[in-house]
Design a protein around this ligand. Structure first.
Ligand code: BGC
Length: 521
């Protein structure tokens, strides 16, 4: 019986190609597309703890917070309008990633990135100058549109550009930018919150224009991927580009396989409907479950609400923001570890190790908070060592996420879909991710208020389920060329029943040498 998650027999293909300076620079620039997403994640939580911001836009929350000072700490921030502010963006991102699917497929990955940058810029501008709640919400919807486009196109771009042996590391550049964006936003919040006159929040929100400009300019100078060029009929240019990217002349085999994948892709008129075919069942399952599980790790409870959470467990406003900076640094550092390890140790190892680590930390944090806050949420005086222990375990949890589900939640979907469904399936990935980011953001404060410390156990339960899922159902994808990925399903103990030999004549998705009318170009 094929192994649970091992690599199958493979096609034995080893395309020549180096980690050229050209591909490195290209991928670094493209990965910066993650900055806009990260900046936003990091900025919104901090801004919503800034008193002048709350007083101006969400007065009732501020009043309640003031009045509640010594009462139930679990419920002080529970407000639907406030969470709507944070989470409106994710609904917009969900919708736009669906539109982005067509743009990415028909017009190329670059153009989607450009739209992403421009929309995000417009949103940041409106937010920086906001005078009323509706301006905040409109701004956030535009930011969301931007993120939908960027998250749909950037991971695909990176996975297509990278030589397959370095695909993991280069793709995780996207997640690294997300974490750097979060950290920069946390640090800025920390300083802007101190500005006398209380308008620092305008700088925090308006500052999003900077990462928006980076991706906008980046998308103008980046080349399109050969896969996408072939898909759009620019065959000769694509071959020249592939030689340049790989730094070798001998790209014939890889090029033939790309062209074959593209021919298959052209036969498909309705990529969405196509996704429902039986042979794409593994892909569809992953496109839905990977982002779902990523969000059900509970990471965004920490990312959005770290300052709120830390002030809930008794930190003063300033040290609450500071603790968010600490978790931000851990997040970046641990992402670098995954860049180092992903193409060496593989995706499954990171997923499983990270899962165990998160599970332990969630149990400890639940126990700590439960012990002190009990169920009435009134802790009395908290000793300093206690706060340190909670922050420490939250940091170890963040590290676990940052070298597993964080980067892999974007990497794995971007590398497992065959070209003909790649763009549509990636949209599903982004949409599901945004839907559950929205859900967690929207219900977290209410859940904290009702489930109390049990909230951490709720997420721990899902971490357990997702780790079991990975163990049994997620095949290893390291070191397999992207257009050859079909083999991993074919040699999988469970998924092999959905994909038949006919679907992947050479073990991969290509049909060139399998004889479906594809000419060597
Ligand atoms: C997730 C975000 C999360 C971030 C934290 C990303 O991979 O999609 O929801 O906030 O990681 O670093």
């Amino acid at each position: 019986m094929p192994a649970v998650g091992g690599i199958g027999p493979g096609t034995g293909k080893e395309y020549p190609g180096n980690l050229t300076p050209f591909v490195m620079v290209t991928c670094i620039v493209a990965a910066m597309g993650g900055l806009i997403f990260g900046y936003d994640i990091g900025i919104s939580g901090g801004v919503t703890t800034m008193t002048p911001f709350l007083k101006k836009f969400f007065r009732s929350v501020w009043e309640k917070k003031e009045a509640d000072k010594s009462n139930n700490q679990y419920c002080q921030y529970d407000s639907q309008t406030l969470t709507m502010f944070t989470s409106s963006l994710y609904l917009a991102a969900l919708l736009s990633s669906i539109v982005a699917s067509t743009v990415t497929r028909k017009l190329g990955r670059k153009l989607s990135m450009l739209f992403g940058g421009l929309l995000f810029f417009a949103g940041a501008l409106i937010n920086g100058f906001a005078k009323a709640v509706w301006m905040l919400i409109v701004g956030r919807i535009l930011l969301g549109f931007g993120i939908g486009f960027a998250n749909q196109s950037v991971p695909l771009y990176l996975s297509e550009m990278a030589p397959y042996r370095f695909r993991g590391a280069l793709n995780i550049g996207f997640q690294l930018s997300i974490t750097v964006g979060i950290l920069i936003a946390n640090v800025l919040n920390y300083f802007f919150a101190k500005i006398k006159g209380g308008w620092g929040w305008r700088l925090s929100l308006g500052g999003a224009m900077v990462p928006a400009l980076i991706i906008t300019v980046g998308s103008l100078v980046l080349p399109d991927t050969p896969n996408s060029m072939i898909e759009r009929g620019q065959t000769e240019e694509a071959k020249a580009k592939l030689k340049r990217i790989r730094g070798v002349d001998n790209v014939d085999e890889e090029f033939r396989d790309l062209a074959a994948a593209s021919e298959t892709s052209k036969l498909i008129e309705h990529p969405w409907r196509n996704l429902l075919q039986r042979k794409y069942r593994p892909h569809l399952t992953m496109a839905i479950l990977i982002p779902f599980f990523q969000q059900l790790t509970g990471i965004n409870v920490i990312m959005f609400y770290a300052p709120v959470l830390f002030s809930t467990i008794g930190f003063k406003d300033d040290s609450a923001l500071m603790s968010a900076v600490i978790t931000g640094v851990v997040n970046v550092g641990a992402t670098v570890v995954s860049i180092y390890g992903v193409d060496k140790w593989g995706r499954r190892f990171l997923f499983l190790e990270g899962g165990v680590q998160m599970l332990i930390c969630q149990a400890v944090v639940a126990a700590c908070i439960g012990a002190k806050f009990g169920i009435n949420g009134n802790p009395g005086e908290l000793p300093k060592w206690y706060a340190i222990v909670v922050v420490l375990f939250i940091c170890i949890y963040v590290a676990g996420f940052a070298w597993s589900w964080g980067p892999l939640g974007w990497l794995v979907p971007s590398e497992i879909f065959p070209l003909e469904i790649r763009s549509a399936a990636q949209s599903i990935n982004v949409s599901v991710n945004m839907l559950f980011t929205f859900t967690v953001a929207q219900v977290f404060l209410t859940m904290l208020c009702h489930l109390k410390f049990g909230l951490f156990l709720f997420f721990a339960f899902f971490v357990l389920i997702m780790s079991i899922f990975v163990y049994y159902f997620l095949p290893e994808t390291k070191s397999i060329p992207i257009e050859e990925m079909g083999q991993v399903w074919k040699s999988h103990w469970y998924w092999s029943r959905f994909v038949e030999d006919l679907d992947y004549p050479n073990g991969g998705m290509e049909m060139g040498k399998g004889g479906h009318g594809v000419k060597d170009v």
